[in-house]
Structures are given as structure tokens and as C-alpha cells.
Design a protein around this ligand. Structure first.
Ligand SMILES: Nc1nc2c(c(=O)[nH]1)N[C@H]1C(S)=C(S)[C@@H](COP(=O)(O)OP(=O)(O)OC[C@H]3O[C@@H](n4cnc5c(N)ncnc54)[C@H](O)[C@@H]3O)O[C@H]1N2
Ligand code: MOO
Length: 408
């Protein structure tokens, strides 16, 4: 009998990335209202300086900083008020030595001024004179032209995933639309004679389909477009027909179930039957997820994910998401939380082991505890905040060791 390959996850990721290096997502222009979490297909260059003019960052009096040298409550500087700045108005006023004018937070600094004294450190003596009770340094309490962004500066690089504050920065530069990658088109096919959708009645011997839903939700989190999410029976011709249809309109096809060695485990054969070059990975040295399949049909990535609901989701998160990031050109480290393990955890040498965990906070320590269960028990993931990874060459981890927790 053919044995599963013992490729490491790192090798598998590299192989998949290499084989799909010519698979590109096209670009599309979207409104910034719809751009959250989308990935930039071009560098974004600022067409303007932000701010476009010197601004005050406080409510106070615009001054020549040298006029305030040595000012104190007992020995204040007395300045003549020569005007008041209005928000949103262009300012033509010029301040000379001995002059000042009232300025609100965000107001345009009058010519000549190079600092602003907060109103709390001033006292209005009469309508036209203010006494300044504290010195300000040059540029203090101001935002200078171009401090935030400079015209011509690359603000975001291609491959950057837009976050909420980035959308504000785009608006600040005057962009109403932005060029992002199109969403990868994903088909999700769950195989199994035992599977029942939410619309059907559950009879003894059958189980409710979970993978279609959890995989679709994960793909939506990655801003993929779900082309279809469907159950097919463990019949060669049914899966073949659905796969043939899916490679016509998808970039990625996820088949869950039928990845292992049983008589009904037909995924690999169907992929190889449907086209070239076919399956190039069957088996990765990981737990869960050992019988994972990856193939290529034309330019489409086809994954055979293990049917066990935890295995399917873990392989999605570790391997499928890696290809999606590669298609988007995203280069970012996977964020993690460091914590201290509360118990010893054993692991089989030779396999990278993903262990579901939870976190608790104790004084200054973040404690990491495993959540046990089998790969058929999806609530094991639901009860966890994330996972830790025990490397292939490690026999386990000792209580008290520092571990990286990757959040779901
Ligand atoms: N002789 C061997 N048997 C198995 C091996 C092996 O190496 N040799 N590997 C085991 C491992 S590890 C896994 S993981 C599973 C993978 O199984 P398959 O990918 O072939 O998946 P199925 O047999 O179709 O299903 C497994 C299990 O998961 C349930 N399932 C399937 N699809 C869904 C779904 N959409 N929603 C919810 N649950 C689903 C299915 O009912 C089975 O209980 O193989 C081991 N066996
Ligand atoms: O390793 Mo399987 O992938 O037991 O769940």
C-alpha cells in the first residue's frame, strides 16, 4: 500500500508557493467604503502634504517662541493680540515680535509664528493684551506642513492589507477609491455519504455537515469569494463532475473528506483523473491533518482537506491561508502571544503538532493551557483561543516553558 509522504509543513508551504508562483489575482478599483481588509495591488503615493499648512495642536496663542523665553507666572511676557484665527479659514495674518493671536486646535498658524502657548498658561489682561506665563520651544504645540505625510511619499506598499485607520489615511490624501486585488474565488466541496445539510432531516447514521460552513466562514474571513459550497456523495463521478465545474470558475477548490486510505477515499484519484499536473502532495508530517492532499489542475489549486472537522480547519489556517497570502503578496509575520505553559505536553517526534490552547492571566504572567480532544471534535477549537505549535523534532514541551500562541 502506498504510504503518505512525510513532507514537513514548511516544505509543503514552500512547494505550494513555488508551484503557484505564476497564479496572480487581478486588480480592481473599489470605493474606500468597501476597502477594509482588502489588499493593495499598487503602492499608494501621497499626492499632497498632510497637513498642507502648519497647524496648532492646542487651543492657545500663536507666538514667536523667542518672545516667550524665560516667561513665568512671576515674570510673564506681555504680548499684543492682533487677531484671532478661524477654523477652516486661510490665514493671511502675520505675527511680528511682541504680537500674538488666539488660535484654536487645528487652526492654521499665522506667518511668523513658530509655537503656540496653551491657553491654560496665559491670562487675558484686557481685550488686546495677554500675559504669557510659560515659555514654548520652537515648533512646540504645532504640526508642521508634511509632518504626517509628504507629497510623493510611498505611504502603503503593494501587498498591504488595509485596516480601519489606513482607510482614514487614504481619505486624508483625497483618495475616494483604491486599487486592490480581486478576491480569490473559492469552491468548497464537502464529500461524504453521511453528510446532511441544514435543510435536510438528520437520520441515524448521518451527521450534520460542519466543514462546508466552517471552511466558508474562514474563506470569508480571508475576503475570498465563495463560488459554491456544496455536499457531494463519495461517488467518483459525482465528485469528478463537481470538480470539473469548479475548476472552470475558481482559483482554489477545497475538497473536504476522502483524503485518507479508506475504500471511499477517492479525492486523490478524482483530482488526478480530472487533469494535469494533478496531485503533488499527499501527506504532511503534521497532527492533525496528516492525510492532506494538494494538487494543481491547469492553474487552479485543489486541496484535499482531511474530513475531520478540526483537521480541515487547522490545515486551512496553516496551509490554505498561506497560499491566499502568497496570492495577495502579503508579507507579514503571524502575530502571536507569548505565555507560560501550565503542564507538560507530549508529542510524537517526526510530526509538527498543533495543540489547541486557552489563556489565563495570573498577576504578570500569561498562562497557556491545552484544550484536549480528538480531531473529530470541533468544539475543541470553539473552546480555544488559538494554538501552539510543537516542532517536528521536539518530543514535547515542558511545564513552565515559554510558548507562542497563534490566535484563531
Ligand atoms: N487507515 C487509516 N485511516 C485513517 C488515516 C490513516 O492514515 N490510515 N488517517 C486518519 C486521519 S489522520 C484523518 S484526519 C482522517 C481523514 O479522513 P478523510 O479525509 O478520508 O475524511 P473522511 O473519512 O471522509 O471523514 C473523516 C471524519 O470526518 C467526518 N467528516 C467528513 N466531512 C465532514 C463534514 N463536512 N462535516 C463534519 N464532519 C465531517 C466524517 O464523518 C468522518 O468521521 O482519516 C483517518 N483515517
Ligand atoms: O491527523 Mo488526522 O488529520 O487525525 O485528524
Amino acid at each position: 500500500m502506498e504510504l503518505l509522504s512525510t513532507l514537513s509543513m514548511k516544505e509543503a508551504k514552500e512547494k505550494v508557493r513555488g508551484i503557484f508562483q505564476d497564479l496572480f489575482l487581478k486588480a480592481e478599483e473599489v470605493s474606500i467604503w468597501e476597502a477594509i481588509d482588502r489588499v493593495l495591488a499598487v503602492d499608494v503615493i501621497s499626492p499632497i502634504n498632510v497637513p498642507e499648512f502648519h497647524r496648532s495642536t492646542v487651543d492657545g496663542y500663536a507666538v514667536l517662541s523667542k518672545d516667550t523665553n524665560g516667561a513665568s507666572e512671576s515674570l510673564p511676557s506681555f504680548l499684543d493680540i492682533v487677531g484671532e484665527i478661524e477654523m477652516g479659514q486661510e490665514v493671511n495674518l502675520e505675527i511680528k515680535s511682541g504680537n500674538t493671536c488666539y488660535i484654536p486646535t487645528g487652526g492654521m498658524l499665522p506667518k511668523g509664528s513658530d509655537g503656540v502657548v496653551m491657553v491654560e498658561y496665559t491670562e487675558l489682561l484686557e481685550e488686546k493684551t495677554v500675559c504669557i506665563q510659560r515659555p514654548v520651544a520652537p515648533l512646540e504645540n504645532t504640526l508642521q506642513k508634511g509632518d504626517d505625510l509628504q507629497e510623493g511619499q510611498v505611504v502603503f506598499q503593494k501587498g498591504h492589507q488595509l485596516r480601519s485607520h489606513d482607510i482614514g489615511v487614504l481619505a486624508g490624501m483625497g483618495f475616494a477609491t483604491v486599487e486592490v486585488y480581486q478576491k480569490p474565488r473559492i469552491s468548497i466541496i464537502s464529500t461524504g455519504n453521511e453528510l446532511v445539510s441544514l435543510e435536510e432531516e438528520l437520520q441515524m447514521g448521518k451527521i450534520r455537515d460542519m466543514n462546508t460552513y466552517s471552511l466558508s466562514a474562514a474563506a470569508l474571513q480571508d475576503h475570498a469569494m465563495i463560488v459554491r459550497a456544496i455536499i457531494v456523495k463519495d461517488h467518483f463521478d459525482d465528485l469528478k463532475a463537481m470538480l470539473e465545474k469548479s475548476i472552470e470558475d475558481s482559483d482554489i477548490v477545497l475538497i473536504s473528506g476522502g483524503s485518507s486510505m479508506g475504500t471511499k477515499d477517492i479525492t486523490k484519484d478524482v483530482i488526478n483523473f480530472v487533469g494535469e499536473p494533478g496531485v503533488f502532495i499527499h501527506g504532511i508530517a503534521v497532527k492533525p491533518g496528516k492525510p492532506t492532499i494538494v494538487g494543481k489542475l491547469g492553474n487552479v489549486a485543489v486541496y484535499g482537506l482531511p474530513g475531520q472537522p478540526v483537521s480541515a480547519m487547522v490545515i486551512y489556517q496553516v496551509l490554505v491561508r498561506d497560499l491566499i497570502h502568497s496570492l495577495y503578496g502579503i508579507h507579514k509575520i503571524q502575530p502571536y502571544i507569548l505565555g507560560e505553559l501550565t503542564v507538560n505536553i507530549s508529542s510524537n517526534m517526526g510530526k509538527e503538532h498543533y495543540v489547541m490552547v486557552n489563556l489565563t492571566q495570573e498577576k504578570n504572567k500569561t498562562l497557556v493551557s491545552p484544550v484536549y480532544g480528538k480531531s473529530g471534535m470541533l468544539t475543541m477549537m470553539a473552546k480555544s483561543i488559538g494554538y501552539i505549535c510543537i516542532e517536528q523534532n521536539q518530543e514535547g514541551l515542558e511545564k513552565g516553558s515559554n510558548v507562542k500562541v497563534y490566535l484563531f
